[in-house]
Design a protein around this ligand. Structure first.
Ligand code: E4P
Length: 217
């Protein structure tokens, strides 16, 4: 399973990248706003920092402008993935841009039918939003399962990029289902390492090391 980090915060990406947990990055207009940076500038900086794919989202909602913006975003670096919304115009832009050889992440997916259309439009990634479905009492993980089944039934190569991840359990559940990628905020990825018994066990070992004066170096 690949780990993408869902942020435009460069120091946070650098920290996780140094830990070896960054296979790629996803951004969106809200994350760019939060960073306070210019979209082109910050995307370039992230692309230089990370080897893997970096999703950058278009701002337009009509086909022609989305295609023009997508081409401009793709010029930033060879690892840019153009992120397009799951609308009919977005799907049409997906077809055009993927036919040109660009990688596409179709975002804001909330149903299996939407995911089926994205695969048929040539999307490289489909981003179903788990947390936002959970927010309205719909099981987001069930959607990941449904998309996995549909894509496997027909051999679609579009990768399932589970998004809107809010908890560490979302990540392990996505891994059990077989999502290809998760994208999560840096804090959630780091929290995967936490366990109360690890802390307790380590404290006991440290106490014994001090009591016994155990030294290696
Ligand atoms: C995905 O690419 C989106 O950027 C993101 O996962 C949305 O998450 P949110 O629902 O927490 O805003």
């Amino acid at each position: 399973m690949k780990f993408f980090v869902d942020t435009a915060d460069v120091p946070a990406i650098r920290e996780l990248n140094d830990l070896g947990f960054v296979d790629g990055v996803t951004t969106n207009p809200s994350l760019i706003k939060k960073s306070g940076r210019d979209i082109i500038e910050v995307t370039k900086e992230i692309c230089d920092l990370v080897d893997g794919p970096v999703s950058a989202e278009v701002t337009a909602t009509d086909y022609e402008t989305m295609v023009a913006e997508g081409r401009k975003l793709a010029e930033i670096a060879s690892n840019v993935v153009i992120k397009l919304p799951l609308t009919l115009d977005g799907l049409k832009a997906c077809k055009t841009l993927s036919n040109e050889g660009h990688k596409i992440n179709v975002t804001l997916c909330f149903s299996a039918n939407q995911a089926l259309l994205a695969a048929k439009a040539g999307a490289t990634y489909i981003s179903p939003f788990i947390g936002r479905l959970d927010d309205i009492n719909i099981d987001g993980l069930e959607l990941i399962e449904d998309i996995r089944t549909i894509y496997d039934n027909y051999g679609f190569e579009t990768e399932i990029l589970a998004a809107s991840i809010r908890t560490v359990n979302h990540i392990s559940d996505c891994a059990k289902i077989g999502a290809d990628v998760i994208t999560a905020p840096p804090a959630v990825i780091k929290a995967m390492a936490n366990h109360v018994l690890t802390d307790k066990g380590l404290a006991a070992f440290v106490a014994d090391i001090e009591a016994a004066g155990i030294k290696i170096l």
